[in-house]
Ligand binder design. Structure first.
Ligand code: MF3
Ligand code: CO
Ligand code: CO
Length: 287
């Protein structure tokens, strides 16, 4: 049993009474009310957050750079080279490279590819919509984000899908409150997708991130308000809705075992950000 003058369990070096004592009281009261509460390992301390923020800055700069350079006629391998070079030059590491056998430094998912597209000699063409997903490791800490890029003029339906998916991410972020629940996020996203005639992919989720690439909890993009794990200050996670023009079901490329495609061949879009729950709100780690 931790004493009030002991060093806090979070590793801050502060006395427990000046650090997470009130936090633990609050969490205990929620647990007694039947809520699922996060384990201590999911609560980042100031030191973790400092490095996660730095990873986030490099991650944002990488995605900005992709936005400046992406164009029709470019290959997805060239995007991968940009991501790799910028990341390494800034003292960071691209997390995908070698992750569970993934061969490249980012994911590039075009049109009916939902996620985990592998950069190769595919040439981007006018009208394509492309998701580029980058995860950056800096000083052992992770930030994960992705954006959609429209290549030249895209169809109205592609533009609408990209815009609605961005709205879904923003609504998910707006639903996050300290001492709220994971279910609040999906509950905010799902109605927006459905009101626009789109479907929400449920086979992939957002996730805790920061001290590792994929941590608990799963962040579902559908759900019910007030359900699921409590979102406590110090938690860092992604929201990354994948929204489909047609059916939500998917299949995985049998040759590479990574890339997922919509079952009906219709378009899919995704936006992702990493965020931190603070005492009085949220902080976006990857702006
Ligand atoms: N960045 C992806 C995510 O948002 C995960 C990619 S795993 C990889 O969680 F190996 F394909 F890079
Ligand atoms: Co992610
Ligand atoms: Co990602």
């Amino acid at each position: 049993m931790i004493q009030r003058n002991d060093p806090c369990w979070c590793g801050s070096g502060k006395k427990y009474k000046k650090c997470h004592e009130n936090f633990d009281r609050k969490l205990m009261s929620m647990k007694l009310r039947g809520k699922q509460v996060p384990p201590q390992r999911l609560i980042k301390n100031e030191e973790d957050i400092k490095w996660i923020r730095e990873a986030g800055k490099i991650n944002t700069a990488v995605l900005d750079l992709v936005g400046e350079k992406i164009h029709a006629g470019m290959t997805t391998d060239e995007i991968d080279q940009l991501v790799y070079n910028y990341t390494i030059e800034h003292g960071a590491t691209p997390a995908p490279l070698g992750y569970e056998g993934f061969p490249k430094s980012c994911c590039t998912s075009i049109n009916d590819q939902i996620c985990h597209g592998i950069p190769d000699d595919t040439v981007l063409k006018e009208g394509d919509i492309v998701n580029v997903d980058c995860t950056t490791i800096y000083h052992g800490h992770y930030a994960d984000a992705s954006r959609m890029y429209c290549i030249g003029e895209v169809s109205d339906k592609a533009k609408k899908l990209v815009d609605v998916t961005k709205q879904c991410l923003e609504a998910g972020i707006a639903a996050v409150r300290p001492w709220g629940n994971v279910g609040d996020i999906g509950a905010a996203i799902q109605p927006i997708a459905h009101a626009n005639g789109f479907s929400v992919v449920t086979d992939f989720c957002g996730h805790g991130v920061g001290n590792d690439f994929h941590e608990d909890p799963y962040i579902h993009h559908v759900g019910h308000k007030g359900t699921g794990m409590v979102l406590a200050p110090g938690m860092v996670f992604t929201i990354e809705p994948m929204i489909n023009e047609g059916v939500a079901s998917l299949f995985i490329d049998a040759d590479n075992d990574w890339t997922s495609y919509t079952d009906d061949g219709k378009l899919s879009a995704q936006w992702e950000k990493t965020l931190l729950v603070t005492d009085d709100g949220i902080e976006i780690i990857t702006e």
